[in-house]
Write a protein that binds this ligand. Structure first.
Ligand code: IPD
Ligand code: CA
Ligand code: CA
Ligand code: CA
Length: 259
């Protein structure tokens, strides 16, 4: 199943990359910054058709809602973000990915994140490790916050209202080496697994944004939890923090100190 899924995800990525040069037919969902293109919908449809043709008894949770049945009816679920980083896809045609995870009875089975513009396939299977193409991944072991490169999706999130939260965001760059914001949560989680980033912090992500990334971070030896240090459920949206085990505790106390 993993081998097949990788092929479908790569095909979906190639399809998106080809179509990025055509008219994207952009529509808006909840706001002027919440975009969806016809390619998001076509990629989701492509993946769902492949999955259901081979695994008709599996359920699917996809961002664009093409599969309508209740996820609770299924033991095995595919959690799909057809294009994560839609704004990057529209503006840059880089820094976007296809993200697919499979869970069975709420436990991760495998996760795949494909960056078509760089031909990088990040993947992990439970108990088998995390990989970039065929190269084994391990996240960084760096423990000093002041030497760390931290990524966040916080800055533009409309859900930020609390002044203390803004203060925390303001303080963070003063305590680490640098901040990066790629605008593509799945890619950012893959980069934590690959050691290109030391940590990723988000105030709010949906299951399709983090499901594959969670598997890949964990299999690379990293930790991913809620801001209260609770385990992440594959089906619940919310805040999260992903990093190597040493930095994780420091970042949690940093967040909690300023909240
Ligand atoms: C978004 C990206 C972004 C994150 C947002 C997501 P989309 O996903 O992952 O990095 O900060 O919360 O909604 O809409 O491009 O699939
Ligand atoms: Ca979206
Ligand atoms: Ca997303
Ligand atoms: Ca998306």
């Amino acid at each position: 199943m993993l081998k097949q899924a990788k092929e479908w995800v790569i095909q979906a990525g190639e399809m998106s990359f080809e179509k990025s040069k055509q008219s994207l037919d952009i529509t808006y969902k909840t706001s002027h910054s919440d975009l969806v293109t016809k390619v998001d919908k076509e990629v989701e449809k492509f993946l769902i058709e492949k999955i259901l043709a081979h695994y008709p008894d599996h359920g699917i949770v996809g961002e664009e809602g093409t599969f309508e049945k209740d996820p609770d009816e299924f033991d095995t679920l595919w959690i799909i973000d057809p294009i994560d980083g839609t704004i990057n896809f529209v503006h840059q045609q880089v820094n976007y990915v296809i993200s697919v995870a499979v869970t069975h009875k709420e436990k991760g089975v495998f996760g795949i994140i494909y960056d078509p513009s760089r031909d990088e396939l990040f993947w992990a299977a439970r108990g088998e490790g995390a990989y970039l193409n065929e190269q084994r991944l391990q996240n960084t072991r760096l423990e000093r916050l002041e030497e760390s490169l931290i990524c966040t999706g916080l800055f533009w999130n409309e859900r930020i209202e609390k002044s203390k939260l803004l203060e925390m965001i303001y303080q963070l760059p003063k305590h680490c080496r640098g901040i990066r914001v790629y605008g593509c949560a799945a890619l950012e989680l893959a980069y934590v697994a690959a050691g290109r980033l030391d940590a990723y912090i988000s105030l709010y992500l949906n299951p399709w944004d983090f499901a594959a990334g969670k598997m890949i971070v964990e299999e690379a030896g990293g930790v991913i939890t809620t801001w209260e240090d609770a385990p992440l459920s594959y089906l619940e949206a919310g805040p999260l923090i992903a990093s190597n085990p040493g930095l994780h505790k420091q970042l949690l106390s940093f967040i909690q100190r300023d909240l």
